[in-house]
Design a protein around this ligand. Structure first.
Ligand code: C5P
Length: 235
């Protein structure tokens, strides 16, 4: 199947516990302005008209709640993608296991896969659009990224600096990350141990293209991130 015409499937990984947030519910169900993070994430994703199918990977034991959030998000979107079929499946112990569960649940018609962290709940639809456009343009793997503002040091196990990469060449990468389905499946067949899916694809020797990300696509990890997200939403 050619990426230019391939059907786009979206995996939203939402099965993390979010222990660093210190909430009494899994992170995807923590409210932001009264709406669970997963609800915000789905609203952004469903506002991208390219998305034809969605799989939400939920914590085991929260499948019913995840399903209710999906129905709410679809009812709040009037984009064509709001009519996309949405399935909820249970996740795994590590993020990579959850992505693999999502991949297994996509229908055969999907040829382009977007993998999105529910924790990046305010990612605008424009970022989804840029990633899809780059895949349709022929890239095998695409990640959104933003320039880093801090100087980054690489350190050894004793905390000694071993390198200072040139800042202008660094990008902080976000999600959704987009892939030709065959490439992502090959990468996951090799290993699922990486902090992002592009890392697995890089190990295959495939090139990964960075497109412009968005500061609003921040990952909610700590209470301070949740406050930052609330400010973005209010502003
Ligand atoms: O833990 P972290 O914030 O890095 O997780 C990134 C995303 O991966 C979150 O949306 C989280 O819900 C998801 N995740 C998952 N399954 C896991 C661990 C994390 O779906 N076992």
């Amino acid at each position: 199947m050619q990426p230019a015409s391939a059907v786009v499937g979206l995996i939203v990984v939402a099965a993390g516990s979010g222990s660093r947030l210190g909430a009494d519910v899994p992170k995807a169900f923590v409210p932001l302005a009264g709406v669970p993070l997963l609800g915000h994430a789905l609203r952004g994703a469903l506002a991208c008209p390219d998305v034809a199918e969605v799989v939400v990977v939920s914590p085991t034991g929260w499948l019913g709640e995840a399903d209710a959030v999906c129905r709410w998000a679809r009812s709040r979107s009037c984009e064509p993608s709001s009519g996309a079929p949405v399935r909820v499946v249970p996740g795994g112990a590590e993020r990579g296991d959850s992505v693999a569960a999502g991949l297994a649940a996509l229908s055969d018609r999907v040829g382009v896969v977007l993998v999105h962290d529910a924790a990046r709940c305010l990612t605008p639809a424009s970022v989804f659009g840029r990633v899809v456009a780059a895949i349709r343009g022929g890239a095998a793997a695409v990640v959104p990224g933003v320039p880093v503002v801090d100087t980054i040091k690489q350190v050894d196990s004793a905390g000694r600096v071993v390198a200072t990469p040139e800042r202008s060449s660094l990008r902080a990468v976000q999600t959704p990350q987009g892939f030709r389905r065959d490439v992502l499946e090959r990468a996951h067949a090799e290993s699922s141990e990486a902090t992002d899916d592009a890392g697995l694809v890089e190990r295959l020797g495939e090139s990964v293209l960075v497109v412009e990300g968005d500061p609003r696509a921040l990952k909610v990890t700590t209470p301070a991130d949740l406050e930052a997200a609330a400010r973005i939403l209010a502003g």
